[in-house]
Each structure stands twice: as C-alpha cells, then as structure tokens.
Design a protein around this ligand. Structure first.
Ligand code: HEM
Length: 159
C-alpha cells in the first residue's frame, strides 16, 4: 500500500467514524431522550437509559479514537500542523474542539464522576436530571453538526 492509498483510507475511515459517532449522538438526542422523557416510571427510565447509553458509549469511544487517529494521519500526511496557527483553518480548530470535548467526557469525566453524579441526581429528581442531560446533548449535537458542515466545506476549499 502506498502513502497515497493510506491517505485515502484515512479520509474514508475519518468520515465513516464521524457518521457512526455523530449519527449516534443525533439518535440519542432527538429520538431516545425525548422517548424516555415520556416514560412515567423514573426507575424504568434510568434503567433503559443506562443500558442503551452503555452500549453506545463503546461505539462512541471506538469511533472517537478512529476519528482522532485518521485526522492525525491526514494532518501528518499533508505536513499541515501549521494550520493550527492559522485562523483561516478555524474549521480544523472546531473539529478538534468537538473531538476534545467528547474525548474528555467519554474517557475522563464519565468514568471519574459524571456517571455516578447522573445516578445520584436521577434518584433525587429524575425530570430535572433528564432535562439537564437533554440540554447538554442539544449543545453537543449542534456543535458537532456545525463542525461536520464546516469541515466538508473547508476540506473542499470553500473557506
Ligand atoms: C483530533 C481531531 C481531528 C483532526 C486532527 C481532524 C483532521 C482532519 C483533516 C486533516 C481533514 C482533511 C482536511 C483537508 O482535506 O484539508 C479532516 C476532514 C474532515 N473532518 Fe476531521 N479531524 C478531527 C476531528 C473531526 C471531528 C470531531 C469531526 C466531526 C464532527 C470531523 C469531521 C471531518 C469531516 C466531515 C471532514 C471532511 C471530509 C471530506 O469531505 O473529505 N473531524 N479532518
């Protein structure tokens, strides 16, 4: 395999990982959370959310890793690290910011305290906790979609 083959592989892996990852975030935000909100039993709501989020958490971890590694490979291939010092490549900064936030949440904050905090708060006031989670997901999804939109335009020379 030549370097050029590897570059195109990295680009395809990058987009595939982003589709699975952000698609999952979109499903959780726009379908799962609103459906759970309608469940009357707060215990059932927490149990279902825990089960489904646990499975997605693995997918999100793998796809975040794949996105980061393929993105790193592409930057290295272009020898384009200087783009981080150029404000014209703000869409690269945005992609990296989204990646950084998710990596922090999935690999550091969730295992350390976010998961425990959610369970404690959900037992105290389930409605309020789910509303907070919905808001956090709305913000992250919006930011991710803007990043995807701008990354495609940026990568194809629009900006
Ligand atoms: C450490 C994190 C990341 C790095 C280093 C990175 C790097 C890159 C690079 C170098 C490109 C190619 C740019 C070009 O052709 O000029 C690219 C494209 C792209 N990236 Fe990222 N990226 C990262 C995270 C993300 C995230 C989190 C998203 C989604 C929210 C994303 C979505 C995209 C998209 C949609 C493209 C355009 C693909 C195309 O149309 O060919 N990237 N990325």
């Amino acid at each position: 395999m030549t370097d050029v083959d590897l570059f195109f592989l990295a680009r395809s892996v990058h987009v595939l990982a982003v589709v699975i990852w952000i698609g999952g975030v979109a499903f959780i935000t726009t379908v799962l959370l609103p459906a759970l909100k309608k469940l009357a039993s707060s215990e059932q709501r927490i149990k279902l959310f825990e089960q489904l989020e646990h499975t997605f958490s693995w997918q999100a971890k793998l796809t975040t890793l794949a996105t980061g590694i393929s993105g790193y490979y592409m930057l290295d291939f272009f020898n384009a690290w200087h783009r981080y010092l150029d404000i014209n490549f703000w869409w690269l900064h945005l992609m990296t910011l989204v990646w950084f936030i998710f990596t922090l949440v999935l690999f550091v904050l969730e295992p350390l305290f976010l998961h425990r905090w959610f369970l404690q708060q959900a037992k105290i006031d389930s409605d309020k906790t789910f509303a907070t989670i919905q808001r956090m997901h709305n913000v992250l999804l919006t930011l991710s979609l803007i990043a995807v939109f701008c990354a495609v335009a940026g990568a194809h020379g629009y900006f």
